[in-house]
Design a protein around this ligand. Structure first.
Ligand code: SAM
Length: 229
């Protein structure tokens, strides 16, 4: 854990004092949970690998650290949302000072939403847990890890993204065909994807930064008269 947190600090993120304890408790949960990570991943080293993979978003997308609204879409058992909330210091007031608004965990399964709420209370984190549509709220940064197949990501992400906004997608190691299907899907949804690999933090594959253009929410391009959709 200290090696991951050292790398996070080295990319300029001020890691909160409480983060090591919070993340260790979260790792203990992941090790105990039958469904949060696959059976073969239920070892301390591999669980730490998941944590570092999630933290990689902070390196490849500095906007995550400064965005006013961040949402983890398809949070499941809290990866990557709980890791990012911890590293950004999204603690409840009662758990200590926090300079940041909490992040939103969007999860369509009611059972997992209940689990996420319990986890956030136990870990002292300030996170809003909501169902699939998130009440129609859009976010400056959306995180999407292992939620839907890559070609389905753009159309789902744009429902939750502000303009301008960024979605960080954990893409794994896709072949040429999948990559091309994803890029076609980006074009159809009016977004652009930038493939990236972190240098400091070890990720489990490539990450893609999907960005909306800076056209506003009413479909108008502030630089011209073109209609967005
Ligand atoms: C395979 S799990 C991955 C969870 C986690 N992000 C991770 O990296 O381990 C996918 C989760 O996304 C949720 N999900 C799928 N589509 C969704 C949607 N449209 N809105 C919210 N949650 C969704 C599922 O219920 C499931 O819990």
């Amino acid at each position: 854990m200290s090696s991951t947190l050292g790398k996070v600090a080295s990319i300029g993120v001020e890691v909160p004092d409480a983060a090591p304890t919070t993340l260790l408790r979260y790792c203990e949960f992941l090790l105990r949970s039958r469904e949060a990570v696959s059976k073969k991943d239920r070892t301390p080293e591999r669980v730490l690998g998941h944590v570092e993979d999630c933290a990689a978003a902070l390196e490849v997308c500095p906007e995550v650290s400064v965005a006013r609204t961040v949402c983890d879409l398809g949070s499941g058992n809290g990866l990557p949302g709980i890791v990012i909330a911890t590293l950004l210091g999204c603690y409840r007031r009662s758990a200590g000072p926090t300079g940041r608004p909490g992040i939103t965990l969007l999860e369509r399964s009611a059972r997992r939403r209940a689990l996420l709420r319990r986890l956030c209370v136990e870990l002292g984190l300030d996170a809003k847990v909501e169902g699939s549509d998130g009440g129609g709220t859009t976010h400056e940064v959306v995180l999407m890890r292992a939620v839907v197949p890559l070609p389905e990501v753009p159309s789902l992400a744009v429902l939750h993204m502000r303009r301008p906004g960024t979605c960080v997608v954990w893409a794994g190691n896709p072949g040429a065909e999948m990559r091309s299907a994803f890029e076609d899907a980006c074009r159809r949804s009016g977004v652009v994807g930038e493939w990236t690999v972190p240098r400091e933090l070890r990720s489990r594959g490539e990450l893609v930064l999907v960005r909306t253009t800076d056209r506003d929410d009413r479909g108008q391009d502030p630089l011209g008269s073109a209609c967005y959709r």
